[in-house]
Design a protein around this ligand. Sequence first.
Ligand code: ADP
Length: 422
Amino acid sequence: MNRINTLEQTLTTVEKSLDNKNYSAIFDELSLDNEVCIQVISDDELMYYSNFYRHCANKDNEQLSELKDDFIDSNKDYLKIEFINNGFNNKLLLYGKKVNNDKYIFINTSLEPMDKSIELLKSQFIYVALTVLILSFIISYYFSRRIADPILKINNEAKKLGTKSSETNFICNTDVYELKELSNTLNEAAKELSKTDELRREFLANVSHDLKTPLTMIEAYAASARDLNYNNKKKRERDLNVIIDEAERLNMLVNDILVLSKIESKTNKLKIESFNITDFIKTILERFAIYKNDGYTFEFNEEKSYFIEADKKGIERVIYNLINNAINYTGSDKKVKIELIKDEKTLTVKVIDTGKGIEEEDKKLVWNKYFRINKRHRREVVGTGLGLSIVKQILEEHNFDYGIDSKINKGTCFWFKCKTKK
Ligand code: ADP
């Protein structure tokens, strides 16, 4: 088909170039490029003949000459013939065309080289195919091992995730980028899982202890009120007050745990808004007004309105917890002071008390969950040990700086720096 196409195309080009002055050069080139023999007869004269081409031995080849003569005599317009040529001893393809009644174009070529190439290719094809097959098998085996082995390893490790997440380690000796990424992601997931597991255990240990104490007290005092002091109004009232206090403590604890777990699980997204912190602190202080009856004084002399950008609910909890702690741990003068200090980009909120202060070594620890400095007297002050961890979580979520300045027996200042409105 390829040869037939070539011949047909050459024929068309020859026909088009018949009137060209340089037809001889064009035909030479066509003849060489396409490995064909071109012969043009005009008015019974030989106009062009590419006799340098080996299959153009027209004069010596009777069969070929006869076919051409027959075609001219036949008065037909088109000739297309494939035949075995005795002179060359192989197949020839001959095309002929009558142009303008006085010109004849003949083009012929041998099919011999094609047949040989096809034969050669056929005999070699089996070896080529076999080699390619073996090579592709080796390569695919190599690649599948390189990918499948690490995947199997990852899979074996992943099976442990459910039960022993802390022991899993997705180390993957592979240079396949995607598998490396996968094992890194799984390592992260395993870390998170074991953290959750640890938190769950720590939570259970602390909570069960903290819940148990007030519950035991409630049970004991309720029994005492019913069985022992039922008729003694004064003692019964004392028992009932203890029960109410303990229930309050329980309520506080459960609330704090819920808040903390909500913040830690990051289910609530921060709702950043701009608000007037000066007025906001004033309204929070109003909630503590009841303490004034017990002799507490709150100093907050800020008159200028400052605007900060933060989650209002979160900041409310932070300030509330800090003031609450300041009340709980302030000195005998019962003073609590709140200050706002503005610098170029931030506004520092300070909650200051006049209490015993916090030792240097405890400054970092007070932010931990369930940490209380004086554990032995822990029941003296109502608290859950969760207040500052809630403060820490909220401030870190905001990316706000925070810290403690404290002098022993002089007092403590808890501060945090908020972003001000641009
Ligand atoms: P608690 O419910 O015990 O107050 P917090 O997390 O709020 O829990 O505080 C942790 C511990 O840090 C407290 O138990 C207390 O020992 C210490 N602390 C907190 N605030 C102050 C303060 N203003 N002055 C001295 N110590 C404080």
